[in-house]
Structures are given as C-alpha cells and as structure tokens.
Ligand binder design. Sequence first.
Ligand code: JAH
Length: 245
Amino acid sequence: MPTFDIVTIFPAMIEQPLAAGILGRAVASGLLDVKVRDLRDFTTDRHRVVDDVPYGGGPGMVLKPDPIFRALDAIEAERGAPLTVVLTSPQGRRFTQGEAQRLSGLQHLVLLCGRYEGFDDRVRERVSDEVSIGDYVLTGGELPALVILDAVARFVPGVVGDEQSVVEDSFSRGLLDFPQFTRPAEIGDLRVPDVLLSGNHAEIRRWRKRAALVRTLERRPDLLTDASLDEEEQEILKELRHGRD
Ligand code: JAH
C-alpha cells in the first residue's frame, strides 16, 4: 500500500473531499496514509511566493521550481526513497485503470498539483510519471490528483468493503457494467427484466454477460480490442456482431 503526499497551493481542495465517503473512512481508520502539503510552506521569502513570470514573455504565471524541489526533498526525508512523483497535465499519458493498479503497488506516491500555465519544465527531472485524466483543460491539478488518489486507493486492501467488486470491476475486465435494478419490480410502466426475478442463476449470468456486451458494443467498441472474454462471451459477441453487419 503506498503512502500519499499531495503538494498543492490549495490544501482545502484536497482536505475537504478526503473527509467524506469511502476515502474519508479509509483515512480516518488509518488504512490510507495521506498527507496534504501546502506548497507555500516550502517557500523561503516573506511573501511565500510560488509563481513567477515566464522567461521569454507571454501570458500567465509559471510555478517556481525551488519550492517544489524543497517539498520533494522534505517528503523524501520523511518517507524515505524511492518516491514516485506523479504530475497531472493535459500533456501526460492517459491515466487508466491499469495505471491505477500499477501505482497501487508502489511505496510512496507524490501527487504534484499544478496551477497557472504549469510548472517550470525543470521540475520534470524529478517526475516519474506525467499523466492526463482526459482531454480537457482545468484550472489546476487538484481535481486530477483526487481522481488518481481515489482510483489507486480502491486497490488498497480494506478500502472498498467488498474486495470482489474491485477485481470484478467492469474496467478490470475490459467491459462496461451490465444494467442494475432494485425494488420495486414495477414503477409506472417500467419493469425489471423478468429473468432477474426468475431465480435462475445460470440464465441471469448469461443475460448479464449479453447486456454488458451489448452496451460495450454500442457505446465503447474500442474496449473490445483488449477485453478478456471467456468462451461464452466470445460466442455471444459473435452472435451480436452477426445481427449488426
Ligand atoms: C491545468 C495545471 N488531465 C486533465 C488536466 C490535468 C491538469 C490540468 N488540466 C487538465 C492543469 C492548469 C494547471 C494543471
């Protein structure tokens, strides 16, 4: 289980979400070790300045490298080596479920939250992984850091109550989830599929496999290239594709 250090100029953006829900419980119970570090605590000037104008001119400000280097040195002195330093930016490799699982096996993760026009590029000398959570621009790296923390923490034993749901998670299998229903069996004219009320567990399993494949084929056919399908699923997929083209 990795330790987590999150370096940010807005600690409250990280602390507030970490006080609630499944992550909140995991932090409170000591299952997750997360420290939020205020980048301004690693400045040395009276005004605790973290940014400066870009060399070469242009709009906006750039995060100064020295407070970040001092933060990383302090974290390494406290946690020990090796640190894995993750930076989120639109320039990074796409963050995936597989990437989350890989990071969950490391010792010490540091998430650097960018702001403004980004980091002085020399910071990348100390960065192990530059990742993007999607192709859009945000106001800073705090939300992506929370996304990464959440996705990685789910792999820490005990964080998610039902261990089975982590390994059977749709993305771990490479398919979208099948549709879920709960009571009542009828609401207005909307009915739960009969098969789910039948008690026939073999039929239910097969219906769910088919429904997951239908969804994946319709919404995310790109996932099917890498999906690990059992024999029954391969057969259902062949049948579904035959009906389409
Ligand atoms: C924006 C620092 N992958 C999405 C993503 C990640 C980080 C940022 N934007 C989008 C960002 C401004 C400053 C980071």
